[in-house]
Write a protein that binds this ligand. Sequence first.
Ligand code: MTE
Length: 330
Amino acid sequence: MLIKKQTGIEIPSSQLTPQSLYLSRRTFMKAATAVTVAALLASCAPNEAETAVPAIVGTVEGEGETAVIPSPSTQTDELGNAINSFEEIANYNNYYEFTTEKEDVAELAAGYPLSPWQIEVSGMVKNPGVYDIDKIRQDFDQEERVYRLRCVETWAMVIPWMGFPLAKLLNKVEPTGKAAYVRFETIHDPDNMPGQKSAWFEWPYIEGLRLDEAMNDLTLLATGLYGQELLPQNGGPVRLVVPWKYGFKSIKSIVKIELTDKIPTSLWMASAPNEYGFYANVNPNVDHPRWSQGAERVIGKNGRQHTTLYNGYAEQVAHLYDGMDLAANF
Ligand code: MTE
């Protein structure tokens, strides 16, 4: 993610970085991990020549035991694209509350407490309330959804999430007739999230959806991936996943959901309104002001591939934007 002003937080260019990291499991026990990383890191410069490929190969060792990474039930998405490895998904992250360095997020976020955790649902709903994450996990059946994630920076992954449609929670709280948008807020905890001390952004991280987008069956509240609870670096204990939009819409570590009649101003809209809009639908025909969105690089694969409108989910979501000018509503 880049913003136009010179913040000193631009994505670093290609690096080769050996790295130690930590993996947390259900109890979020810190596990010592030895990982060799050979990574070409994302650079958002237009026309970047991408000749090397990120690869994360490693052994994962716990304290006296080997940490087991569970397998998802499938190895591909519905189009046959291979899922990314757990190591790739857990070690190449955008989470600006911790750092702007993708390969350092896992280590900095390790051990971040994900329990107890509550989400306040408020605003234009008939049944406002505070929802405990454990109860959410119990009350809503968790499903596996293998989705493509496309970052606005032009890298992509295929991730086997666990979670449930956001619509199920919204139906429970019953939006009133006036509600037209859903506003999401990440936890604000600058003492433990060093990135939130940065004055370049207006914290906390905010995102929003139109109510019909939020009610679409693809829109997921994710609580896990690879069959285990979400790690802190992936936005545990609960995050949004909106697979037809650029990854920055998929807000992590949510503590507030508010139904409203006003378009929420996201952190990115507030930071660089000419670069990051409210809709942020994946679209090869609408370029970012500073780089093309026509192609993307799948982490772990050679070369680049064409970007697909709505990230390949047009059948499910194109009707939401009938008659809209997609360039004006970027
Ligand atoms: N949510 C919060 N709170 N903070 C962030 O920095 N980064 C976004 C999104 N959600 C971000 C966030 C971006 S730019 C992307 S691409 C995805 O999270 C990355 O998710 P991942 O690290 O699990 O792959």
